[in-house]
Every structure is written in C-alpha cells, then in structure tokens.
Design a binder for this molecule. Structure first.
Ligand code: PXG
Length: 473
C-alpha cells in the first residue's frame, strides 16, 4: 500500500500548493485521503461534509462508479491518440454529447483541459474570428471587475480580481473592464436575483466603455453569468439580456464563462438557460467530467465555426490552436459518463428543487455577528462579513477553519464564504451545512481578536500532524 493511502503524513516539502499560503498550510495541513458521496475523509479519519463540491467541480458527488469504470475501461482500450491531424471516435462522440447539452446553436465544440484554457481559447477564437472575417482591428478584449477567468495570461488580463493580476505585470494590452454588478448598499440580503438596476448597469457598457474605445475595435466581452470566485455575485434581472443586445448591436462577440455556473449549479444546465440569454461562445470545465479528469470545452456558435471554414484557404489549418491533451480518451469517457448521470438523475432539476431550501437556510444566518450580506442563486450561497481594517479575509478564514474542525468544508475568498454543495446533497445535509456555519460564525466572533488567529484552530489536526512527523522522522 502506498504511503498516501495510509494514515501517514507525506513529506510536505516538495509540493508547491496552488493558491495557498504554503508556509502556513504546511504547519497545519488539511489533507483528504478519500471521498464518497457528499463526504470527504481526512487523514485522521474524520468525515467532512463537502459544502463546496470540491472546487465547484463535483456536481454528481464523489466516487461515482459509472465514471470510474468508463475511465478505467478507456485507459485499457485506447490510452492516447495524437490530438493533432488524427483523433479517435470518442472525441467526436463527446463533442456531440456536449453540443446536445448546450443552449441551442452552440454546437461546435473545442476541447481544452481546464477552465483557464477554455477562457484563453475563447478569447483567441474571438480575435481570430474577426480577423478571418476581414476585421483585424477588432482586437480589444473587455472583461469585468471581479471577474475570474482562470490564471493564464488572457484570463488574468480580462479577469478583474486585483490580487490575481498585479504580481504579473501588464499581461495583455488592449483590455478594459466593465463594472461588476454587486451593490450591497442597495441589495443586501436579497433572496435570489436582485430585481432593479440591471438595464441601467448594462447600459454603462455602451455609454462608457464602448464610447471610450469605439465599438468597432472591440472583439469580445467575457462575463460569468454569476461571478463565483469573487464571492457569489448574482447579476440583477435584465442585465445579461441587455448586455446581449448591446453586443449584438455592435457586432461584439459575447462569451459566457460558465466554468462554475455550468452543469446544473443554478438549477438549469447553464447560466445561459437560467437567464435566457444565448452567448456567442460558452466556456466550461469542472462539472464536465464531474471534476475527475481535467477537461474544459468552448462551445461556439455554428456561424463562427463556419466563418473559419469559409474564410481559410482549403487545406490550411483554420485555427492554429490546441493542446496535446485536447479530448484525450479518458476525459471524453469521463465527460460522456458524467452527461449520462445528468440525464438519468436530472441533477439540474434536483438543484432547482433544493434551491428554495438552501435559500431559506442561508438567509437564517442574517443577524449573526459580522454578517454583512447574504446572496444566493440555485445551489450557491455567499455570506459576506464586515471588513476588519488591516485584516482582510481573516474572519472568513477563521470561519473556514472552524467549519473544517466541525466537519464541514466551505470556501473562503476575501471576506466571503461560498457554499456550493454537490447537487446530490440532501435537505438534512443542507441544514447541517448552515447549522455548522452558524456555530462557526458565532464562535469566531465570540473570541474577539484571538478568534482571528489561525493557530487557534484545528488543534487536533496539528497535534496529529506533528505526531506523524515525529513518528516518520
Ligand atoms: N473561469 C471561471 C468562471 C472559473 O470559476 C476558471 C475559469 C478557471 O478554471 P481552472 O480549471 O483553470 O481552474 C474558473 C475556476 C473558488 C475557485 O473556490 C474557483 C475556481 C477555481 C478554484 C477555486 O472560488 N474557478
């Protein structure tokens, strides 16, 4: 049996953990060694309820036999086929299945390996499309404040989370951002979609950004239907529809980044379905394979694909772009098995029917100390805390640690806790999530300044980890 499958703590020195305070993490490692259904098992054999579906990527719950056996079988049938200038049947089958699942018209599918690659691929397709149509000067990219489109250069350029951009210089030029739609002063504690202000906010795109740049120079606008990473920002009613109208009016391609909102998260297949707006391209990843094999996709309107086919010399490569692992057989097998599960279990409907329960449960937290706003949509909830000067994120981090101690995994980002359980969650487990969260918030707030000190949490885990380290030494 390998070391990782036993209760022994591995050597922590070599692995550079992504998006993590490594020095702190390595003094207090939180490692999962197994997962099944809606629960993780920690190294010290505790069951932790998965309040976040991994990193928003396990909508069908953990340990799905159907996916595991499809992937295992595929590995022994065809492990790899060259992705350029040759392919394999499952790639075409997976693309057809994904196209069937997409909003109507988005039926040409480009496969990637992640959400970040999907975002950069969509941006490149937008630029190359305008060039193929004889408009090379349409080359500016517009994103949105607090947007997250992954970590590659295109994604961080259009992304609007300052902390993810500023360490890396200027990234790309020719990029601008529209305003994000969060308005706590007006909409705090709104249940679901805020009703007012959507059209006026979208009109700012036309009035300010397009005027500033000249609409004829804008290639694309990329937005998440609901901003997930930046802390569950639910757009006001009519906003996305109005953005669609403006993009259509000026020939600007609209990209929906649905890496989080795709695959049932909002109680519909995609955010596009929820808001009844069809973009020109839609990016996804995560839930596409239930999180188990890296895979992303860009669904492209047929007219866009056709423009490449029609405007490129016969025999030429229409889009010089792709990855060694685009549509690798095991990812295709995992995607098909995942789509089968969605079809059989109607997980989108399940999410929609559980949504009112989650909404009621999360809004019960109103009135707890430090709680400044609560937002929700589908099976997503965000709880924002009052900012503490000089200690940005410390309260939410402490709540996250306390939840972990109490057997619940949540996400924290800045002063916000996000909840996005697997769509297989049960009502009593939703209740458990918010009971634990409530207890954690009250506990952290009751401790004053000491409550913000991470060293005061997970004492058992730390003792266990230290014990393991000394036994291993
Ligand atoms: N677009 C969106 C909208 C995303 O949310 C990406 C692109 C990038 O995907 P990859 O597969 O390259 O990581 C994402 C990823 C969180 C969290 O808890 C969110 C993401 C990733 C990790 C954590 O907020 N979103």
């Amino acid at each position: 049996m390998s070391k990782a499958s036993t209760n022994c703590l591995p050597d922590l020195s070599h692995y550079w953990v992504p998006f993590t305070a490594n020095r702190q993490f390595k003094t207090m490692p939180r490692l999962f060694k197994a997962a099944r259904g809606n629960y993780y098992t920690t190294m010290d054999d505790r069951q932790v309820l998965d309040g976040t579906a991994g990193l928003w990527c396990v909508p069908a719950g953990h340990g799905r036999e159907e996916i595991a056996s499809a992937v295992g079988k595929q590995l022994l049938t065809l492990d790899y086929a060259p992705a350029f200038q040759s392919s394999h049947p499952l790639a075409f089958e997976a693309a057809s299945r994904v196209a069937d699942y997409m909003p109507s018209g988005l039926d040409r599918i480009f496969f990637t390996n992640s959400g970040s690659e999907s975002a950069d691929t969509a941006l490149k397709i937008a630029l190359a499309y305008h060039r193929a149509c004889g408009n090379p000067l349409r080359n500016k990219l517009i994103g949105r404040e607090r947007g997250y489109h992954g970590v590659n250069f295109g994604g961080i350029a259009v992304g609007g989370i300052a902390g993810n951009r500023k360490a890396f210089g200027n990234a790309l030029s020719g990029v601008d951002h529209i305003r994000h739609p969060l308005d706590i002063a007006k909409n705090a504690f709104t249940k679901g979609v805020p009703q007012d202000g959507g059209i006026a906010l979208a009109n700012e795109f036309e009035q300010r950004i397009l005027t500033l740049h000249d609409p004829a120079t804008i290639a694309t606008l990329i937005v998440e239907p609901m901003q997930g990473s930046a802390g569950v920002i639910v757009p006001p009613a009519a906003y996305l529809k109005r953005l669609r109208e403006i993009c259509t009016k000026y020939g600007i391609l609209l990209i929906f980044d649905e890496v989080i909102t795709g695959f049932g998260r909002l109680g519909t297949k995609f955010g596009a379905d929820y808001f009844d707006v069809i973009p020109d391209m839609l990016t996804c990843a995560k839930g596409l394979t239930n999180g188990v094999v890296p895979m992303g996709a860009v669904a492209v309107k047929r007219e866009i694909y056709d423009a490449f086919m029609e405007n490129t010399p016969t025999g030429a490569i229409e889009l010089p772009h792709g990855y060694t692992y685009s549509a690798i057989p095991i990812a295709c097998a995992a995607a098909i098995a995942t789509l089968n599960i969605f079809q059989q279990e109607k997980l989108e409907d399940r999410a929609a029917s559980l949504s009112p329960h989650l909404e009621a449960a999360v809004h019960h937290l109103k009135g707890l100390p430090m709680v400044k706003d609560i937002r929700n949509i589908g099976l997503v909830a965000g709880i924002e805390f009052e900012a503490i000067t000089g200690k940005m994120g410390a309260f939410a981090f402490a709540v996250y640690l306390k939840c972990f101690e109490l057997g619940l995994h949540v996400r924290y980002t800045g002063d916000i806790i996000a909840i996005s359980p697997p769509l297989t969650i049960e009502k009593h487990e939703i209740d458990r999530i918010f009971n634990i969260l409530s207890e954690a918030i009250r506990f952290v707030a009751s401790q004053g300044v000491a409550g913000l000190d991470a060293n005061n949490y997970l004492k058992n885990e730390q003792a266990w980890a230290l014990h393991q380290q000394t036994t291993n030494a």
